[in-house]
Ligand binder design. Structure first.
Ligand code: ATP
Ligand code: MG
Length: 350
């Protein structure tokens, strides 16, 4: 009956099907108002697959549901959609996260959003400790530590206390730690948040090397544009819903034309951007879906197929009212705005 096909070649590294999660309602509102406490629907019927050997990004704003998804995939949180609703399913390397959590954890290296290193231990001690948690020891553990600490360029600093490491070095050590048990899949929650651009580039160079040299599958969450642009494929989520999945190039191609952004002259009566948006909307329509003027951060933004021509017309139509006017090819931020009508507000204060 069971013919052995080359199924392992084709199966997904991650399969998420109609996954939902509702957090329980807070016990009681501190202010004691009469409003019934609401449960938060953090994930709402999310479906996607991650292929072996790709870097897959999950892009979304703060509170979008990224960490919730990450926690379910890493078996730290049981999906639950409430009494009568179906919470869906999630598989890692064909193992169900609910039915086979131990097998899932073997396949997974996990890097959390908050740091998990002990600053009072050296890099070497942090890795030794992690190795023992996975039942490793002796020569085998030493060999793996040497390999990964060298891979991430930390060999000459291995005897130093981690509290003296820079943010970038700590992140690389976190990844080394997650890889000690030699998982097939690396799962990371906002790995580059809080790193400066140079440290981000270093980390990404290593991630791409892991994919290319070792065939590692990498799934990560992010709200950073530069990180999203580097992924092989991206899932965009907002308010718990999956909005689109595709390569960054294809996502950007969904915006038919150029993106024009303009900043009104210094405020005279408080709502110059809104008035300009309204005037442009009337004068330059009709508009494709998602393309018409919107206002975010005091700037007006819209899409037109022939940006350069429209820019000239706008400059002529609103003399003295425009401080700056830019036209460019769409970015992933534009894709997000186009699809959701909201800004990603990529605060990177971490
Ligand atoms: N333990 C919890 N109990 C109740 N609600 C929660 C809990 N954790 C998260 N939420 C809510 O679930 C939603 C999704 O949160 P989640 O942490 O998954 O978002 P995120 O995309 O990771 O955000 P960030 O970019 O800020 O890390 C939010 O509305 C959040 O307030
Ligand atoms: Mg999060």
């Amino acid at each position: 009956m069971s013919s052995t096909t080359t199924q392992t070649e084709t199966r997904e590294a991650i399969r998420v099907e109609n996954l939902s999660h509702k957090y329980p309602a807070p016990r009681r509102s501190r202010r004691g108002n009469d409003q019934p406490a609401r449960r938060t629907l953090a994930l709402d019927g999310v479906t996607f697959q991650v292929k072996p050997g790709e870097i897959f990004g999950i892009l979304g704003p703060n509170g979008g549901g990224k960490t919730t998804l990450f926690r379910i995939l890493s078996t730290m949180l049981r999906p639950s959609a409430g009494e009568d609703a179906n919470a869906g399913a999630a598989n890692i390397m064909a193992h169900d996260v609910l039915a086979e959590p131990a097998l899932v954890r073997q396949q997974l290296g996990v890097v959390f959003q908050s740091p998990s290193l002990d600053g009072k231990l050296t890099a070497l001690e942090n890795l030794r400790h992690q190795g023992r948690l996975y039942g490793l020891g002796g020569g085998e553990l030493s060999r793996r530590i040497d390999q990964w600490i060298g891979y991430f360029g930390l060999a000459d600093r291995q005897g130093e206390f981690v509290e003296r490491f820079s943010g970038g070095m700590r992140r690389r050590l976190e990844v080394a730690k997650a890889l000690l048990h030699e998982p097939k899949l690396l799962l990371m929650d906002e790995p580059a948040t809080g790193l400066d651009p140079a440290a981000r580039r270093d980390l990404w160079q290593k991630l791409m090397q892991l994919r290319d040299d070792k065939g590692m599958t990498i799934a990560l969450t992010t709200h950073l544009m530069d990180e999203a642009e580097r992924c092989d494929r991206l899932a965009i989520i907002a308010e718990g819903k999956l909005i689109a999945v595709d390569t960054p190039t294809n996502l950007k191609a969904r915006i038919g034309g150029d993106v024009i952004t303009l900043e009104p002259e210094a405020e005279q009566n408080g709502n110059d951007a809104d008035q300009l948006a309204q005037a442009i909307s009337e004068k330059f329509g009709p508009w494709d879906e998602g393309a018409s003027p919107t206002v975010a951060d005091g700037k007006v933004r819209f899409e037109k197929p022939d940006g350069a021509r429209v820019v000239a017309e706008i400059a002529a139509a609103f003399p003295g009212q425009i401080r700056s006017l830019t036209v460019g090819r769409p970015t992933i931020e534009d894709v997000f705005l186009h699809l959701t009508g909201a800004s990603l507000s990529c605060s990177d204060a971490g």
